[in-house]
Design a protein around this ligand. Sequence first.
Ligand SMILES: [Zn+2]
Ligand SMILES: [Zn+2]
Length: 111
Amino acid sequence: MTEAEQTQPCKPFAEITDKEYGIAFATGCEVSPTARGIRLSNKCPRCEGMMSYDKVEKFSKALRRGKVASEPRAESTGVVHVMCTCKRAHSGCPADDEGCGAYWTVEVSVE
Ligand SMILES: [Zn+2]
Ligand SMILES: [Zn+2]
């Protein structure tokens, strides 16, 4: 992605979800361990801005290097509710918020 694409305005801010979002985000999503949890990195499925989402929670060591699936089971411990946190400008985005407002759910499972 070029510098110009990074700074281009994105879609207007809207708090919406779609089952396609989880599927798109899970595809090629990278899981990396952080000091206090995990980080999921991929393109936002709505606005296509690069983003990463930090989940501060205890995950097992295995999950911290796991893979991401789009259809969480309710009882799973690896369910992560993700919100877009891309750094591009979205018209109508609240000052204390970031991203395009899209949200979705994925499940992190052992690879
Ligand atoms: Zn965006
Ligand atoms: Zn977005």
